[in-house]
Design a protein around this ligand. Structure first.
Ligand code: SF4
Ligand code: SF4
Length: 359
């Protein structure tokens, strides 16, 4: 008989760092276009897997010496290699017992609504690197192309349905959302990515996390975001959802702004773009960084990406993240002040003042 224990053992032995299981009822009330209950209507259980991001993958950005490892290992490596392997192995264990394993790896930006602002149809996405061709609106490869997507039968949502990964992780009892909207777990703080599997097997379920709050509401993520994308703590600009009575709340991040900053970081934090380019701000393309009060939207993002794409050292199939300011600030704070990362390492991530270019 298939049990939760069998699944968790298979997950850990295949390489996951943590596994939790939720009944599908925890998604009751989710918006239709993001409701995983619609993916596989007979599914009874959602199985969530955590894949830790080694702290050392952030070291190069923390020191300002190596920016390639984080996007390639912690985005590409986990999403494309490590997580699918675990889904495949655990799926085999489930199907060997006569149940179906609907695997769901990270599908960033393939949903029918924008992962930036929830709007339907074509829009930019930070994740998708589609092939550049003459139909693309520009040579910047960031467009989702979903204007023709329709439900396949009445009552369905449009394919490819994409649900909220971080909330699903909360549903599976894996952790909580921090103020910065990152998933925090007791074991790894903000350093992980997740993947999921849905099955028609009924299993023993994990409670949602109810220990001491994992987010300290310290505001380090707010202070260290180079784009001021995260609203100040106590500003009242938050997003709140409820799941089986558990209130989940996070800062209402300016996602478009983050889209620009987490890849390009701005003049003080991007060593790949010469100072003169920021100074010149040709055609006002870099207004988002250089001109206070510029509203971040799709149009401004396109200008930024078009102007700066030539300075990327190389693509990894994912954006060349140069920021990670909120993640490193969070790790550093949680290690020093406690919450969920203290005592894990001999030395803290940050031992001195964070770098900032003088220009
Ligand atoms: S990833 Fe960077 S730009 Fe985005 S919220 Fe975090 S610190 Fe700000
Ligand atoms: S930096 Fe502080 S406020 Fe931000 S998510 Fe981490 S613990 Fe929460």
């Amino acid at each position: 008989m298939l049990t939760a224990k069998m699944i968790k053992e298979a997950a850990l032995s295949a390489g996951a760092d943590k596994c939790g299981i939720a009944p599908m009822s925890r998604f009751d009330g989710a918006p239709k276009e993001m409701n995983p209950q619609l993916l596989f209507p007979e599914a009874k259980s959602c199985i969530g897997f955590v894949f830790r991001i080694p702290r050392g993958v952030q070291r190069g950005i923390e020191e300002g010496t190596q920016f390639f490892q984080y996007p390639s290992m912690a985005y590409g490596g986990i999403n494309e290699i490590f997580a699918p392997q675990v889904l495949y192995q655990v799926g085999k264990v489930i199907e060997a017992e006569g149940y179906e394993a609907f695997v769901y790896r990270n599908t960033g930006a393939r949903g029918s609504v924008s992962d930036m602002d929830g709007s339907p149809g074509n829009t930019l996405s930070p994740e998708e690197q589609i092939e550049v061709n003459e139909n693309a609106r520009t040579s910047t490869a960031h467009h989702r192309n979903v204007q023709f997507t329709r439900p396949t039968r009445e009552g369905n949502a449009c394919p490819d349905l994409q649900f909220h990964f971080r909330l699903a992780a909360v549903a599976c009892g894996l952790g909580e959302l921090g103020y910065s909207k990152m998933l925090l777990t007791p074991e790894f703080g903000p350093l992980q990515r997740v993947a999921f599997l849905f099955t028609d097997a009924e299993l023993e379920y994990d409670e949602m996390y109810s220990g001491p709050p994992l987010c300290r509401k310290c505001g380090a993520c707010v202070r260290e975001c180079p784009g001021h994308c995260i609203p100040p703590i106590n500003s009242g600009h938050t997003v709140r959802v409820e799941m089986e009575g558990k209130v989940i709340e996070w800062g209402d991040i300016d996602m478009w702004r983050c889209y620009a900053y987490y890849t390009h970081a701005g003049r003080y934090y991007n060593p790949f773009v010469p100072r003169e380019v920021w100074d010149e701000n040709k055609n006002g393309d870099l207004n988002l960084f250089e001109k206070e009060g510029t509203k971040a939207d799709e149009h401004e993002i396109m200008k930024v990406y078009s102007a700066l794409q030539q300075y990327f050292p190389s693509w990894v199939g994912y954006n060349m993240a140069k920021c990670g300011g909120c993640i490193r600030a969070c790790v550093s704070m949680l290690e020093k002040k406690g919450g969920c990362m203290e005592g894990r390492f001999e030395k803290p991530l940050r031992t001195g003042k964070p770098w900032k270019m003088d220009r």
